[in-house]
Ligand binder design. Structure first.
Ligand code: ADP
Ligand code: MG
Length: 466
């Protein structure tokens, strides 16, 4: 019986496999794990909300047909995401309608089901932590070192460090939620009996309003005051909400006095927060306010590599480099670009080339970055090889000058929107075929010649810093 669901899913996969290019199948379907088959409901586990949404958006018909063929007309599909080692039911898809895709399972922002009615002695709270937001997957860089190490200290001694509260602040998509949750997960790992709760300020506010309407404010207070670790995300959302702030103030004081840990996140520094009462702001200063800054180029690269590894995506070093050079506002954008690229290349059967990246970035990041110019690239390359600009254009076949010219052409092709003809005319007055040839030579050498590879990497760094 226990193998029924595996067999059923395997049969579905056999049908689906025949309908898709191998790469698409491998990317989206191979990682899925079947969990159970109850009646005509098959549950599958997917790695993230994103995968769930993607499957629903792009493959719903294919999935419907396969399931109907294998399980029958009433077949239903349920998705699960892993939360804290146990499976949490996320969403049911009724196969007759793809529109259920709109109701994405946002495990972070769904309200708890009447959590305040649970008697404390039976309190088995769902911490609402996303098991994917781990400390291991949170790449360290100078942009987040202080926050990350404070988080590490808290995880070993929640409530017992000077970092209470810990206030993580910074712009959108810089990892506040990820890090705050990672600390929560670590605490749970180190102290399984401690109660940890993650809640967004928005949900907190809704729950509070609800509890007022139902005359259950005391239950609300009691619930949050009984936590060992309270993670309140996006506290700027409480701006102007005086009654909620007031209640949070009581919870805050209670937890502080009992040596419990508070972790807060916010989109700006406490001093710039408008609409939050002074008495709360003062309390935030009792602990540590740590900023999450925009990651530098090397950290962006590492984040991208780590995500690509985790999700089994393959990008060439040039593509990674190009993306990291152009997408520099926040990590969410970086992830978005990787996903768009993957989607574009699987669905339109396009190679993951710099051209495709330029296309995708052109759509997602209009006018956001300054393009480097052919002249700027030439001057960086000249400088690196200690050449005079005149040498660069001299009619010579001296090896080091030819090499520098080829490299400049290669970077111009990959890093600017200039045409090959225009690049050629600006670098040594060559034609477009010479530029193409130069790029091919560079591509070949960079895989076979170690010294050459070092030149490329060093130049990439300098161009980025330009
Ligand atoms: P914020 O809460 O600051 O808006 P998030 O925590 O939601 O940002 O981060 C946005 C995305 O970027 C998430 O998918 C997160 O995993 C990823 N991310 C941010 N910083 C890092 C990092 N240092 N290492 C790995 N992933 C990161
Ligand atoms: Mg967030």
């Amino acid at each position: 019986m226990s193998t029924d669901y595996k067999k059923s899913w395997k049969s579905c996969l056999d049908i689906i496999r025949g309908e898709l290019p191998p790469k698409t199948f491998k990317t989206w379907f191979e990682p899925i794990v079947p969990i159970k088959l109850e009646g005509s409901v098959l549950t599958i586990q997917v790695g993230s909300n994103y995968v769930y949404e993607y499957l629903e958006e792009h493959f719903i018909d294919l999935l419907c047909n396969a399931l109907r063929l294998v399980i029958g007309r009433d077949a239903k599909l349920e998705y699960s995401v892993v939360v804290e080692k146990k499976l949490r039911k996320s969403e049911t898809t009724t196969l007759s309608s793809a529109s259920t895709a709109k109701a994405a399972p946002n495990i972070l922002d769904k309200g708890l089901k009447d959590p305040f009615n649970i008697a404390p002695e039976h309190l088995q709270i769902d911490s609402r932590l996303n098991s994917l937001y781990t400390m291991d997957s949170f790449v360290e860089g100078t942009c987040n070192r202080l926050a990350r190490s404070a988080g590490g200290a808290i995880a070993l001694n929640p409530g017992g460090t000077a970092f209470n509260p810990l206030l993580l602040y910074g712009g959108s998509g810089l990892g506040k939620t990820h890090l705050a949750q990672a600390i929560g997960l670590e605490v749970k790992k180190n102290f399984p009996t401690k109660t940890v709760i993650y809640v967004s300020a928005h949900i907190f506010q809704t729950q509070f309003t609800d509890s007022r309407l139902k005359n259950e404010v005391n239950d609300f207070l009691h619930f949050y005051q009984s936590m060992d670790v309270l993670i309140l995300d996006d506290i700027h959302d409480l701006a102007g909400k005086t009654a909620t702030q007031n209640t949070f103030f009581h919870i805050f004081n209670h937890l502080q006095h009992s040596g419990k840990q508070l972790i807060l996140t916010c989109d700006k520094a406490p001093a710039e927060l408008l609409g939050i009462e002074d008495r709360l702001l003062t309390r935030f200063k009792w602990g540590l306010s740590a900023e999450l800054k925009v990651p530098d180029f090397d950290t962006r690269k590492e984040i991208m590599l780590s995500k690509a590894r985790k999700d089994g995506m393959e990008f060439t070093p040039e593509v990674i480099d190009y993306i990291c050079r152009h997408v520099h506002n926040n990590v969410r954008e970086l992830e978005g670009t990787m996903i768009s690229l993957l989607a574009q290349s699987t669905f339109n059967k396009r190679d993951m080339s710099i051209d495709l990246v330029k296309e995708v970035l052109g759509k997602t990041l209009p006018l956001q970055h300054k393009e480097i110019t052919v002249g700027q690239i030439q001057s960086v390359v000249c400088d690196y090889f200690k050449l005079e600009p005149d040498d660069f254009h001299a009619k010579t076949r001296k090896r080091e000058i030819v090499q520098a010219r080829y490299l400049a052409m290669y970077f111009c092709k990959n890093y600017t929107k200039s045409s090959l003809a225009s690049i050629g005319s600006q670098i040594g007055n060559k034609d477009h075929a010479t530029v193409l040839y130069a790029c091919k030579v560079v591509e070949d050498l960079k895989d076979t010649d170690k010294k050459f590879k070092v030149h490329i990497e060093e130049l990439q760094k300098r161009l980025y810093a330009y």
